[in-house]
Structures are given as structure tokens and as C-alpha cells.
Design a protein around this ligand. Structure first.
Ligand code: HEM
Length: 404
């Protein structure tokens, strides 16, 4: 295989590139690669692949010969290697993101209807209220503020509360625990303890919804009776973890970019209608899921003139795929009016983000609302001093000091 790669003029990447010279640009190494598929050595020394082409990424994500159970997957970076002595992690019940079909589709079928455009439209007024509530609090507390803590993290947390039916009196505790679980300043033990607390809370909440149903997703799923207690608790935990940090990082990193590009921010501020294309363009340009999707080949699969052997791991680089010049003309130009609907920031195929319409709605409402409420919003520190998270599972900023 490496001879093939050599003959094709391809160099083997030694690791997944993550370090960035510019907070809004993919790692420079990715920009220097030519072609859609590259041999890469994984952190445990095994050979595998990195996909950087848009068409090739879609092909992999559409192909049932690529598994997402993580069984046998090689880690693209050392931080993702399983702890010593643990060969493969056991997939907890309900974590359908790490299941293949038909097991995966059993969950997806039950959940899809809850995330439809129609359901999301019904949530819109509540999401707007949640956003306005955060803006009121920011105005009340006064400048400066850390936009991550004041705006970007609480919004997805409160929206998940709404969706799952977390009672009002319990929301601030739920939010605090979630924030503790995802805050990278906390030690791994602290985050683990907060995660366990959250799961215990969700398990107890599922029990209450069974006994006393309300008009929320957990109650409806519990009443449906198809998922047992553990499966439902696992699925609720997955929804929380999949929808929280991702949306929060898009809100904060997206605002950071807009503040650095006032011409583009002005377009979003002047016409909330632009927000729709702005959301797709921000998803394309920032590609915060910068490690994966990761898949393992279950059979030999030909791709882009190479053969991916059964058992090899394939990592898709969304930052590269979303800047593929074959799909997006002038890909490094940030333009909120671009029609970037083909961006793969929500992935593609059977695991394509379940919450994408919800995330789109949160972003479409949040960016213009923030820019309109604080027309003089700007960074409170030089852009170079904004702390980034280049090696976190989801890329973004650790804090965003702003003033107005
Ligand atoms: C899956 C990104 C928001 C729930 C995914 C995947 C990506 C992604 C890339 C696919 C992973 C793969 O192919 O292996 C994002 C981004 C978001 C976001 C960038 C915010 C901007 C949300 C929200 C929710 C959510 C708000 C729910 C409340 C899920 C679930 C899956 C998923 C449940 C697994 C789907 C499956 O396996 O069938 N997301 N997501 N996500 N996302 Fe999101």
C-alpha cells in the first residue's frame, strides 16, 4: 500500500494535523495536500487514511461497508487512544451514534419525527425567548462579558432542557452540571464526576416521565414503550452531549469570526434573512468537528484510485472537505451570502446530525439577535489573545471576552 502511495506521489501523514496558524483557517498542512485521499499513520502506529475530498467524504459516509461502532478503530490522535488495558470501549445502551444499522435505525426511526422542520418551527418562539433572556441578562450585568459563559453555552443547554422537558426549577442545576462536565478548565476527574451526575439525573428524570408524562420528547418516547429505561437514558445523554458543545462552539467561534469581519457582521445585522445562508457559510468555513467522522472499513473498498483494506480506519477531515475547491469555488473566501448548502459540517449518510434543524434554528435566531441588541459589540482583547481549543474534540474558543 505504501508503495502505491509512493508511486502516486503521496506522502504518508504522520498524524492528523490540528494546529492552526490562524483561528479561522484549517491547519496549514491540510492546505498543502493535493488529492482527495491520503495515507496517514494513526497514533497507535497502524496505517490508515485521511479523506479531504468532498465527493470522497460523501462516498465513505454513504457506504454501509464503513462502520461507525468504533470497534477496531485506530485513534487519529493520541488523546483518543483508549486507556491502557482497555482494548475497545463498550458502547452504552442508547448511544446510537456508535451503532451500525439495523441497530442504529431502531433509534433513529423513533427520534427523527421529533426533530422535523415542523417540530422545530413549533419550538421557535421558545428558542427566541431563551435567546432574548440571555441578552437581557448580559445587558443587565453590563460590559465586559465572556460570551461563551454568558451566551453560547447557556442557549443550547436551555434548549435541550425545553426539548427533554427538564422542569423549570431544576434548570439552573442542570445547566451548572452540564457546564462543569464540558468545561475544559476542569480536571478529567471533575468532568467525569459531573458527567456521571448528569446521567444519574437523566435516569431519574426518565423515571419521573414514565410515571407522570408531560408534553416533551422524553415523555413521548417513554410512553411509546419501545425503549427500556437504560436505552432511553443513554439516548437522552447522547442528545445532550451531541447538541451542547457543538452548538455552543458554533455560536462563540462564529461570533468571533463575525466580529473580526465587520463587513459580514453588518450584512447579518441589517437583514436577519441573510442569517440562513450565513449559518451554512459559518458551518462550512469553521467546520468545528475537526477530528472525524471516523469509520472502519469492513471490506476492501476502492476509493480515489486506492484500495482501503478491511480493518483500516478512515478519518474524514471536515475542515478540508468543506474547503474543497472542486465543490466550493474560491473556498477560502468567507461570504455570508454564499449558498453553501452542500457543506458537510453536519456529516452525511445514516449518522447525519439528527439535531441539525434545531442547531440551524438556534444559530439563525442567535447571531442576528446578538448583533442587533449590541450594535457596538466588539472583542475586549486583541484577537490574538482569544484562547483557542486546537486539540479539543470540538474546535472553538475557550472564552470570548467581548464589550459593547
Ligand atoms: C450527529 C455535528 C448539533 C444531535 C452529528 C454528526 C456531526 C454533528 C458531524 C455526525 C457524526 C458522524 O457522522 O459520525 C453537529 C454540529 C452541531 C450539532 C456541528 C451544532 C452546530 C446537534 C444538536 C443535537 C444533535 C443540537 C440534538 C439536540 C446529534 C445526534 C447525532 C449527531 C443524536 C447522531 C446521529 C446518528 O448517529 O444517527 N452531529 N451537531 N446535534 N448529532 Fe449533531
Amino acid at each position: 500500500r505504501s508503495l502505491c502511495a509512493f508511486l502516486a506521489g503521496m506522502e504518508t501523514l504522520k498524524t492528523l494535523p490540528l494546529e492552526r496558524d490562524d483561528p479561522f483557517q484549517p491547519p496549514a498542512v491540510l492546505k498543502e495536500l493535493h488529492g482527495p485521499l491520503h495515507p496517514m499513520t494513526y497514533a497507535d502506529g497502524r496505517p490508515g487514511w485521511l479523506v479531504t475530498g468532498h465527493a470522497e467524504a460523501r462516498a465513505v459516509l454513504d457506504d454501509p461497508r464503513f462502520s461507525n461502532t468504533s470497534q477496531g478503530a485506530a485513534p487519529p490522535i493520541k488523546e483518543l487512544a483508549p486507556p491502557e488495558g482497555l482494548a475497545d470501549l463498550v458502547i452504552p445502551p442508547g448511544f446510537f451514534i456508535a451503532m451500525d444499522d439495523p441497530e442504529h435505525s431502531r433509534y433513529r426511526r423513533l427520534l427523527t419525527g421529533h426533530f422535523s422542520m415542523r417540530k422545530m418551527r413549533r419550538l421557535e418562539p421558545r428558542i427566541q425567548e431563551i435567546i432574548d433572556g440571555r441578552l437581557d441578562e448580559m445587558a443587565h450585568a453590563g460590559a465586559p462579558a465572556d460570551l461563551v459563559r454568558a451566551f453560547a453555552l447557556p442557549i443550547p443547554s436551555l434548549v435541550i432542557c425545553e426539548l427533554l422537558g427538564v422542569p423549570y426549577a431544576e434548570r439552573s442545576r442542570f445547566q451548572d452540571t452540564t457546564a462543569r462536565a464540558v468545561n475544559l478548565d476542569n480536571s478529567i476527574e471533575e468532568r467525569g464526576a459531573a458527567g456521571a451526575e448528569l446521567m444519574a439525573y437523566l435516569s431519574e428524570l426518565v423515571g419521573r416521565k414514565r410515571a407522570d408524562p408531560g408534553e416533551d420528547l422524553l415523555s413521548e418516547l417513554a410512553a411509546g414503550g419501545e425503549l427500556d429505561h437504560e436505552e432511553l437514558t443513554g439516548a437522552a445523554t447522547l442528545l445532550l452531549t451531541a447538541g451542547h458543545e457543538t452548538t455552543a462552539n458554533m455560536l462563540s467561534l462564529g461570533t468571533f469570526l463575525l466580529l473580526c469581519r465587520p463587513d459580514q457582521a453588518d450584512l447579518v445585522r441589517a437583514d436577519p434573512g441573510v442569517a440562513q445562508s450565513a449559518v451554512e457559510e459559518l458551518m462550512r468555513y469553521l467546520s468545528i468537528t475537526h477530528i472525524g467522522p471516523i469509520r472502519v472499513a469492513r471490506a476492501d473498498v476502492p476509493l480515489a484510485g486506492q484500495t482501503i483494506r478491511a480493518g483500516e480506519t478512515v478519518t474524514i477531515s471536515l475542515p478540508a472537505v468543506n474547503r474543497d475547491p472542486a465543490r466550493f469555488p474560491d473556498p477560502d473566501r468567507f461570504d455570508v451570502t454564499r449558498q453553501a448548502g452542500q457543506q458537510l459540517g453536519f456529516s452525511h449518510g445514516i449518522h447525519q446530525c439528527l439535531g441539525q434543524q434545531l442547531a440551524r434554528l438556534e444559530m439563525r435566531l442567535a447571531y442576528p439577535a446578538l448583533l442587533r441588541r449590541f450594535p457596538t459589540l466588539r472583542l475586549a482583547v486583541p484577537a490574538e489573545e482569544v484562547p483557542l481549543r486546537p486539540r479539543a474534540t470540538i474546535y472553538g474558543v475557550a472564552a470570548l471576552p467581548v464589550t459593547w
